[in-house]
Design a binder for this molecule. Sequence first.
Ligand SMILES: NC(=O)c1ccc[n+]([C@@H]2O[C@H](COP(=O)([O-])OP(=O)(O)OC[C@H]3O[C@@H](n4cnc5c(N)ncnc54)[C@H](OP(=O)(O)O)[C@@H]3O)[C@@H](O)[C@H]2O)c1
Length: 236
Amino acid sequence: MSHPQTVCITGAGRGVGLELTRRYLERGDRVLAGVRSPETADALAQLSGDIEIHRLDVVDEASLAAFSDRLAGAAIDVVIANAGVLFGWGGLEDPAYTAESWRETLMVNVFGPFATAQALAPNLCAAAAAGRAPRLAIIASRMGSTAEVIGKGNSYSYRASKAAAVNLARNLAAELKSKGVAVGAYHPGWVRTDMGGAGADISVEESAAGLMARFDALTLARSGVFEDYLGASIAY
Ligand SMILES: NC(=O)c1ccc[n+]([C@@H]2O[C@H](COP(=O)([O-])OP(=O)(O)OC[C@H]3O[C@@H](n4cnc5c(N)ncnc54)[C@H](OP(=O)(O)O)[C@@H]3O)[C@@H](O)[C@H]2O)c1
């Protein structure tokens, strides 16, 4: 892996995205950090290194187009579609499952990575044309494993959205392989963030360190993987 790389991360203002940003900067890579609201991205603003903070709402086509225009076709080595939302951990009776929350979940967790791929494919292809090894990482979840959903019966909209995100990653892997871009779907672990909660298994540091190693190991030959932050394959 040659360094430095240019890495674009969505949802970079907090949680796993923020820690990935911090670690890539620490390694000397260049980070294009996408956030919905740069004005309030205080934690990002305090990071030092080769960082550009960009306004990017992954469900807003105008925001995606403006971001893509600003990049002007520049090569990107790694795109990490990390932005995600979760509404409702419960069963059918959970009041979180409104039409509006389903819309938001499917838009952010499914359309979001798709639209990110669509907007940044030219930048990944530019890296391939320059003889680099571009990669697209979609942060899904093991909760999106259709094989593992057996016996669960909860978190309906989130599980459905992440199953779709895995499908999307594998479908994109098929299209982008001939263009020299590798694609993978990843489970970051159950992580102590706003989404994962204080009782989750691992820290953002453990998750981000593991994920970065997985992204470094992603090649065209392995394109289409669905694996966790430690490299264990997950059945889809
Ligand atoms: N934490 C876990 O245990 C866990 C487990 C499995 C998978 N994951 C996945 O890992 C990823 C990161 O999760 P996390 O735990 O770091 O979550 P988090 O702390 O809740 O952070 C979510 C991030 O997504 C951003 N976001 C939401 N909607 C967006 C939009 N429309 N456009 C751009 N950014 C948007 C948020 O930005 P704002 O600050 O603007 O809201 C925030 O930066 C997600 O895809 C999540 O589903 C997490």
